[in-house]
Design a protein around this ligand. Sequence first.
Ligand SMILES: NC(=O)c1ccc[n+]([C@@H]2O[C@H](COP(=O)([O-])OP(=O)(O)OC[C@H]3O[C@@H](n4cnc5c(N)ncnc54)[C@H](OP(=O)(O)O)[C@@H]3O)[C@@H](O)[C@H]2O)c1
Length: 259
Amino acid sequence: MAYMLVTGACGVLGGKFCELLAETDDLFLTGRSEERLLKLKEKIVSLGFSGDVLTFAADLNSEEDRAALFSFADENGVKFGGVINVAGADIRKEFVKYTPEKVVFQTRINFEAAVAVTHGAILRRAEKIKILAVSSMCAVMPMPYFALYSATKAALINFFTALRYEIKDAKITVLIAGSIPTRADVREDIKSQGITGRLSAKPPEYVAAKALKALNKGKRKIIVGFYNKFNYYFQKILPTAIKCGVMGNRWKKRPKDGF
Ligand SMILES: NC(=O)c1ccc[n+]([C@@H]2O[C@H](COP(=O)([O-])OP(=O)(O)OC[C@H]3O[C@@H](n4cnc5c(N)ncnc54)[C@H](OP(=O)(O)O)[C@@H]3O)[C@@H](O)[C@H]2O)c1
């Protein structure tokens, strides 16, 4: 059977992807907490869809955990019909205030984990495979005080765009997401951005649905919402110094951590 592998499944956006995918696909869900995965599985089963749901708890920054996840898949005869790379960390602060562990953590979960999980799934792919990477509007320009997030999400765009040309029979899409009111701190953060936050924000279920539609159509990228599309193209004509000045001023005042 072909399973859709969803990383960050227990997160807010990940959960919305799972609910939508459950309508059509067998699911292989991963996150760090076994307990939260089992609760999510219960919720999905209660929706009444007939597909299979497998769960495997893994810290995707750990090579051992990733190997164990794929061993579990092999033991269960799993082939992957898709990967939805949602896991990520939006730590945002002055770079010198990071601990060395945080630098490694954010770099790995935002980029290495998505690449390694995708690699493992491709090696075990069903006849056809669909791959989605969740990037961000923050990736489309350098962002002082959000530099590592911006850079790792930009790396996702380059990597998955390039992969389309290597694996021509796969559907590979990058979601370049604007603001998504997910966790409580993210919702507060969007509110504090005023009009620009409101214009950029789209609900997680809407973003997930748009992303899956684009993936099924084999689109290279999906930007959700008029304001975000406008910004994506408008920022290209602005000088880098102006972009960095504006974004640096915005993010300097709004540090946040994550684990
Ligand atoms: N919210 C926004 O405005 C926005 C905008 C653009 C892009 N995004 C991206 O959308 C994605 C989902 O974000 P969200 O807002 O829904 O936040 P979220 O609920 O915090 O989801 C993040 C997910 O990443 C997983 N994760 C973190 N570190 C991990 C690790 N070491 N191993 C395995 N899983 C790990 C978490 O899994 P656990 O269940 O184990 O905690 C969690 O499910 C992220 O990639 C984010 O960068 C969000």
